[in-house]
Design a protein around this ligand. Sequence first.
Ligand code: COA
Length: 222
Amino acid sequence: MIEVHAVTARNRARYHAYVEQHYRIRHDIYVGERQWLELARPDGREVDQFDTDDATYLLGIDAEAGVVCGSRLVPTLKPHLMSEVFPDLALIYGLPRARDIYEWTRIFVVPERRASGRSCLAAGIIQCGVLEHCLSQRIRQLSIVTESYWLPRFDELGWRPRPLGLPMLKDGMSIVGITVDITREALETTRDFYDIRNSVMAAPHGVREDNRGKRHHAREKA
Ligand code: COA
């Protein structure tokens, strides 16, 4: 079973091993699989200038395998990918920046949990985790630098994607800057799409460390 844990600067020490596992998975996926070579680092951890204390990681953790899916949210009032690297993607409608707008980056599912011909359950779980977390934190919109093929997918899930400017080509990919709306309806349609019935979030303090430093998962759900 995968439970999604929201990891912030406040609880990151408790999740240290999982955060490190997720940096290594990101390196395997983005550098190894996707060949985004500018992200390569000799220590095998994919960490960029937006992995600061302001970042929130949503980590899908399986009791046996550890991190199997994840994502990152960064406040748009702080430097973020669209503001620092791709501002031209928001040339028509402008860069969205507000306390209740976060930037969503780095969604991944480890290859073993993916499916062919359809979006996998782990992707649905992490997307529901993003929505649930944002709803609980009163985040009403996400800005995203995304490959253009995601637009119809977000539309199908009821996330109301809106382009902020024209698409551009980056390393042979068509990318576009968009916003999506965080609503209860989007959570419902996303749950329906993936046949997810309940909250995917772990109980607060879902991981504890005993005095031997061994990690355990709390079994209880919120
Ligand atoms: N309707 C119909 N088919 C769909 C679909 C939808 N809404 N969404 C995906 N599919 C299909 C795809 O066409 C693909 O089919 P194929 O296997 O025949 O090629 C298959 O489902 C899997 O597509 P994928 O995009 O991998 O779906 P996913 O939702 O399970 O996973 C990611 C998406 C991004 C989590 C996963 O692909 C991943 O971890 N990729 C590496 C990291 C990455 O690139 N992240 C995005 C940029 S940050």
